[in-house]
Design a protein around this ligand. Structure first.
Ligand SMILES: Cc1ncc(COP(=O)(O)O)c(C=O)c1O
Length: 406
């Protein structure tokens, strides 16, 4: 065992690398060995960034936008964000209530770093995006994981929220539509949660709406600040351009919240990464201000893929797949496969075992539900072609059919 000459911090000991990165690396290793692997672990759109956004990036560079930019984001981008919140979410923010970071991930992290410390609790409904608990731990806080089972539509209810709140609760972190389940909180469901929060003034709300535009019911956006303006002063709305406009590599995320919080986030950012990349902010502004037709086209493609993936997975003996409301993942239960015997005699005991079996035997890389805090499930990304989804599901079916009941 190699021992590092540089002792590592307790902080790094508390957190683990993102499991999706670990799984993706394993899939890449097998690919490098010549195995034919269909990779359904990726959490990013498979579409190219729309041409007008790419052109805006090069135009910005040609115009000299290659230098340090303001820590809180360029005024043009902040104005575009303000206009987006007004147009799409029915909420009004001023330029000094907007924060811009290198990805929504950085905004969430900085918000936690700016507000929590030892003993502070953050409510994280499970299944959750893998980074939330680790970010809370990295900021010395305590993630309070609340199991939201399939019967509850994988969603927090007023009752489960109420039961999770303690005097140490600082935040409720809500992701809608959710990664990994695609669950979306309707206006009624959001109203019920805001009613609970109104009774607990020490609890702030952070919503991660990064999949806001990948929703299949055609309904209106649901914004807690529009529903309960009383919560505006203790809510941070987090969003970004990564998923909506296929701009993951640009690393631009943003948030809207009370000025004091935004200031604190900017202080953290000023002493760590400074402002986001200048030309990427120009690109993000062009995305928010420009032609939105890509958003609807991508949504239709994801809808078609979701329908097909759900149909094929749900027909597999041992699996059942609920139809997600949004995002680009499906989260089938593999309860029926647990206890079955692989052709080599090994008995599947967990969703991780199932994921490994599918990778090794079927050449399909998926993620295990345990990484997302609710087992036994699998997370499959549908941000890939319909053909790849159909081929992957056919391989999964064949591998599942080859299992023996013990
Ligand atoms: C729920 C959720 N929030 C945030 C992010 C990261 O967004 P960004 O690329 O803006 O950092 C992801 C990416 O997978 C995600 O799934």
């Amino acid at each position: 065992m190699t021992v590092s000459a540089i002792p590592l911090s307790a902080r790094v000991g508390r957190i683990k690398p993102s499991p999706s990165m670990v799984a993706r690396l394993r899939a890449q290793e097998l690919k490098a060995q010549g195995r034919d692997i269909i990779d359904l672990t990726t959490g990013e759109p498979d579409f190219d960034t729309p041409a007008h956004i790419r052109e805006a990036t090069t135009a910005a560079m040609a115009a000299g936008e290659t230098r340090y930019a303001p820590v809180n984001g360029t005024l043009r981008l902040r104005k575009a964000i303000i206009a987006k919140f007004a147009r799409e979410n029915g909420v009004t923010y001023a330029a000094d209530e907007i924060v811009v970071g290198s990805g929504a991930k950085q905004v969430i992290f900085n918000a936690l770093a700016a507000t929590i410390g030892e003993g502070d609790e953050v409510i994280v409904p499970a299944p959750y995006w893998v980074s939330y608990p680790d970010m809370v731990l990295a900021c010395d806080g305590t993630p309070v994981i609340v199991a939201c089972g399939e019967n509850a539509g994988f969603k927090l209810t007023a009752e489960t929220l109420e039961a999770a709140i303690t005097p140490r609760t600082r935040w409720l972190l809500l992701n809608t539509p959710s990664n990994p389940t695609g669950a979306f909180y309707s206006a009624d469901e959001m109203t019920a949660l805001t009613e609970v929060l109104k009774r607990h003034p020490h609890v702030a709300l952070m919503t991660d709406d990064i999949y806001e535009h990948i929703r299949f019911d055609g309904g209106e956006p649901v914004c807690p600040v529009a529903i309960a303006p009383e919560l505006r002063e203790r809510t941070l709305l987090v969003n970004g351009v990564s998923k909506t406009y296929a701009m993951t590599g640009f690393r631009i995320g943003y948030g809207a919240g009370p000025k004091a919080l935004v200031n604190a986030i900017n202080i953290i950012q000023s002493q760590t990464t400074s402002g986001a990349a200048s030309m990427c902010m120009a690109a993000a502004a062009a995305a928010l201000e420009g032609d939105q037709s890509f958003v609807g086209e991508a949504r239709s493609a994801y809808r078609q893929r979701r329908d097909r993936a759900v149909e094929l997975l749900d027909a597999i003996d041992g699996m059942s797949c609920r139809k997600p409301d949004g995002a680009f993942y499906v989260y089938p239960s593999c309860t029926g496969l647990i206890g079955r015997r692989r052709p080599d005699g090994w008995v599947l005991q967990s969703d991780l075992d199932v994921a490994l079996y599918l990778l090794e035997d079927a050449g399909v890389a998926v993620l295990d539900g345990s990484a997302y805090g609710l087992s036994p499930y699998l997370r499959l990304s549908i941000a890939t072609s319909l053909g790849a989804i159909e081929e992957a599901c056919a391989r999964i079916k064949m591998a599942c059919d080859a299992l023996q009941r013990s």
